[in-house]
Design a protein around this ligand. Structure first.
Ligand code: CMC
Length: 428
């Protein structure tokens, strides 16, 4: 239904509100004047019906299971492109020429090292700290190390900060892992690919040579592509909200990492694998399906359902295929892969999941791949944050360059006490 205005009757007045159209997707009612004209706010917890910005980066049609970056379908990008190319695409809006890609990759690899003083920062953490806690702290601390790229009004500084974040995040993530296992930090190697360098910084030790497995490298790169951006999700909205106050980009990305940590968002891949391990064998699946359906049990099937996708998450399809490839190449016979496949089969034919349109999401299979590669579960969300950094950075840049950008300031429906007089402590 395409329309150019909607009317609202308030008291005895009829007010018209313009309806804006994007290139695809639902139209949006422009209610910017609503409060000024009527004194009314809208009520939309979780922003399920609210477009908080306009954006040309990523488009999702949740009913059809479509995900496009700058117009390109995610499966084509995952199968044919590389994470560096997708990063360029997200940041610049177009696929790079061979020369532009080469220059961009060179710029990113030149920024992979971190300030030496930053390495001492890690040593303040307990060895058993969750790596996401380290990520929040260290990425936030980048603003204390790179002062010369924190002026958000300078486009050159914004570009440098963007490159620094994309380049340093694998180094920071690998260091978080190395710190937790008590191994020395490994310096980046700029002759390796983005994914290959990250794998080496994570898994190599000084005692022996580390050779990057091309299948694992390709799978890692694909996982990064699949997590690169996802429209105005919770962490991206957090980055935009933090950035709307003029906060520096390092602080904004640290805010995004904090939001991503939650089990309903980036933490779900860790939770999904833990759940698959807890189920353990195929014969126990019905018990867990019954628990997920029980209204009195808070248990949910992790890796199932999505706020936007009411169809198969297109990223989950690529993940499932990649999981097959990696397990086969590494010769891993993990029984939880059988549990995952059977759980998916049962859930997709169960009336509860079918009627609520609960399909596997990106996190359902990613944990299986990451675990086969050798990552401990508490690193899963870190890998998500690593890949999503480019999306956050691109969205942040888009927001800062948007002339319509304002500080984010939602309103509320107040239901606390009305005004009352203070009571002295002795009289309470
Ligand atoms: N298992 C069982 N029931 C579920 C599940 C699930 N995983 N997800 C939703 N439901 C039910 C829910 O109980 C509700 O039932 P009812 O209408 O009877 O109250 C209905 O489906 C709608 O759920 P909702 O919570 O209103 O949906 P939402 O859009 O607010 O939540 C979600 C989306 C992702 C938080 C939720 O599906 C969930 O908790 N899934 C498990 C966690 C997970 O896998 N998260 C990863 C998301 S993908 C990664 C990312 O992009 O961040």
């Amino acid at each position: 239904m395409a329309t150019d205005k909607v009317s609202l009757n308030v008291d005895d007045k009829t007010l018209d509100y313009g309806v804006l159209s994007g290139t695809i997707g639902p139209q949006v009612v422009d209610i910017r004047k609503l409060y000024g004209q009527t004194g009314l706010f809208t009520y939309d917890p979780g922003f399920t019906s609210t477009a908080s910005c306009h954006s040309a980066l990523t488009y999702i049609d949740g009913d059809e299971g479509i995900l496009l970056h700058r117009g390109y379908p995610i499966d084509q990008l995952a199968e044919q492109s590389s994470f560096m190319e997708v990063s360029y695409l997200l940041l610049h809006g177009e696929l790079p020429t061979a020369q532009a890609l080469e220059e961009f990759s060179r710029t990113i690899t030149r920024h992979t090292m971190v300030h030496e003083q930053l390495t001492t920062f890690y040593r303040g953490f307990r060895r058993d700290a969750h790596p996401m806690a380290i990520m929040c702290g260290v990425v936030g601390a980048l603003s204390a190390f790179y002062h010369d790229s924190t002026d958000i009004n300078d486009p050159v500084q914004r570009t440098i900060a963007s490159h620094r974040l994309i380049a340093k995040i694998p180094t920071i993530a690998a260091m978080a892992y190395k710190y937790s296992v008590g191994q020395p930090f490994v310096s980046p190697r700029n002759d390796l690919s983005y994914a290959g360098n990250f794998l080496r910084m994570t898994f190599s030790v000084p005692a022996e040579e580390y050779v990057v497995d091309p299948v694992v490298e390709a799978a890692m790169d694909k996982i990064f592509i699949l997590h690169a951006d996802h429209e105005q999700n919770a962490s991206t909205s957090t980055v935009r909200l933090a950035g709307s106050s003029g906060a520096n980009p390092f602080a904004c990305i640290a805010a995004g990492i904090a939001c991503l940590w939650g089990p309903a968002h980036g933490g779900a891949n860790e939770a999904a694998l833990n759940m698959l391990r807890e189920i353990g064998t195929v014969d126990r699946i019905p018990e867990y399906i019954a628990r997920a359906k029980n209204k009195d049990d808070p248990f949910r099937l992790m890796g199932f359902g999505h706020r936007v996708y009411k169809n198969y998450d297109p990223r989950a399809k690529v993940m499932q295929k990649t999981a097959n490839e990696v397990l086969e190449k590494l010769g891993v016979t993990d029984p939880i892969f059988d549990v995952a496949r059977e759980l998916e089969r049962i859930a997709l034919s169960d009336e509860y999941f079918v009627s609520k349109k609960l399909y596997p999401n990106v996190d359902f299979y990613s944990g299986i791949i990451l675990s086969a590669i050798g990552f401990p579960t508490d690193m899963f969300t870190v890998l998500f944050a690593l890949a999503r950094t480019v999306g956050w950075v691109a969205q942040w840049n888009e927001m800062i360059s948007d002339p319509e950008q304002k500080i984010g300031r939602p309103r509320q429906l107040y239901n606390g006490p009305t005004e009352r007089d203070y009571v002295a402590i002795g009289n309470r």
